[in-house]
Design a protein around this ligand. Structure first.
Ligand SMILES: Nc1ncnc2c1ncn2[C@@H]1O[C@H](COP(=O)(O)OP(=O)(O)OP(=O)(O)O)[C@@H](O)[C@H]1O
Ligand SMILES: [Mg+2]
Length: 263
């Protein structure tokens, strides 16, 4: 069957303007430091495999929207694809460009531009207390200690973690660790954030909190998920199957195509 692919062309000026309008704050005021344009991700003829088995099979896609969802069966290659986007993995064949940067040559610049939230937050938590772990993302920033502390306070409040500021990070619940991991990436203010199943460990309230955080982001968000309601309001959804993109559309039709395949 031919893949159902709607998005062939880069985003037009008018659609960027429409996306920007959706990024107004609740009271209509613009959110701060809106990147001038969404991150452009170009993937051409990308193949990758493990142990002689092909996992990504000739992917070609250009992503220019601010909210992009990725769904697909277990093992269909979603996380492998996501890891290409900030150079955690380099493709065996094919081209990956992030705002023109090649992760094979400009890894540091790509890592600064694209943050990655892992499915397993233990992968991401590196320092003993919640406060230290969050502040780690600001290491090397030229701002003063008071400014850094204010940023940590702001993000802890935003994620409902303020009461856990001094708590040992490894003693948090799985869901609290997931929130901490997301906060630790957001504080570094990348242009684009890739989330690999950000709500898997979360209860309903925290899943909604993360959904709202993603909706409010001024940056590009690429979200791999099995939590389909999370993608309501997204600009675009890619459906993966056996290492290929088999549907690429607005959330309604893309998710219908996915559900049809899975039933
Ligand atoms: N580091 C690795 N070594 C060997 N095989 C791997 C590795 N990473 C992924 N794979 C294999 O590649 C295939 C695709 O894995 P991937 O994690 O991309 O799937 P996924 O779509 O994210 O699945 P899920 O929904 O379960 O997270 C799987 O068969 C997996 O076993
Ligand atoms: Mg995965």
């Amino acid at each position: 069957m031919q893949p159902q692919v709607k998005w062939g062309n880069p985003m037009t000026v008018s659609s960027i303007a429409a996306s920007s309008l959706r990024l107004q704050g609740a009271a209509g005021s613009p959110l701060p430091s809106l990147p001038a344009a969404a991150t452009t991700i170009e993937i051409s003829d990308v193949f990758h495999g493990f142990d002689g088995r092909e996992v990504l099979r000739g992917l070609c896609v250009t992503l220019t929207q601010r909210r992009i969802g990725i769904v697909g069966a277990n093992g269909s290659g979603k996380s492998t694809f996501a890891r290409l986007l900030n150079g955690l993995l380099l493709p065996a064949r094919g081209k990956v460009r992030i705002d023109g940067l090649d992760p094979a040559r400009d890894l540091r610049a790509v890592r600064r531009k694209v943050g990655f939230v892992f499915q397993n937050p233990d992968t991401q938590i590196v320092l003993p207390t919640v406060e230290e772990d969050i502040a780690f993302g600001l290491k090397g920033h030229k701002s003063g200690a008071a400014d850094r502390a204010a940023k940590v306070t702001e993000i802890l409040d935003r994620f409902g973690l303020a009461d856990l500021r001094q708590a040992p990070a490894h003693r948090l619940s799985g869901g609290q660790k997931q929130l901490l991991a997301i906060a630790g990436v957001l504080i570094t203010a990348p242009d684009c954030i890739v989330f690999d199943e950000p709500t898997t460990l979360l209860d309903l309230r925290n899943a909604r909190r993360v959904g709202q955080v993603i909706a409010d982001l001024t940056q590009t968000a690429i979200v791999v998920t099995h939590d389909l309601p999370l993608l309501a309001g997204f600009d675009r959804v890619l459906v993966f199957d056996q290492g290929r993109i088999v549907a690429d559309d607005e959330p309604g039709p893309a998710l219908r195509a996915y559900v049809e395949r899975m039933t």
